[in-house]
Design a protein. Structure first.
Length: 92
């Protein structure tokens, strides 16, 4: 868990190419959410900076896959930004 937390604290998705941000979102969806909840806001902020229409279908699916897990875990619908089914989408 310490390695994962150290990696997330470095925010390697910040300034990364769009495919890396999408891959990070997918990877976040594969890990127990209790470890990742503090890091979702930064990853979501990076995803909001992406030009979504320019992403490939694969990148969009990776992004959606991760955000869906975050939303289901209840970790993304906070005042700092995130995803909420009631809000109708993601906010930064």
């Amino acid at each position: 868990a310490k390695l994962l937390q150290g990696l997330c604290a470095a925010e390697p998705w910040a300034g990364a190419p769009p495919y890396e941000v999408a891959n990070a979102a997918w990877a976040f969806g594969q890990v127990p959410q209790a470890v990742l909840l503090p890091y979702w806001p930064a990853l979501l902020a990076a995803s909001h900076a992406l030009d979504l229409p320019a992403l490939s279908l694969h990148e969009l699916c990776n992004l959606l896959s991760g955000v869906a897990v975050c939303s289901a875990a209840g970790g993304c619908g906070n005042a700092a930004g995130g995803c909420s089914a009631t809000a109708g989408g993601c906010t930064a």
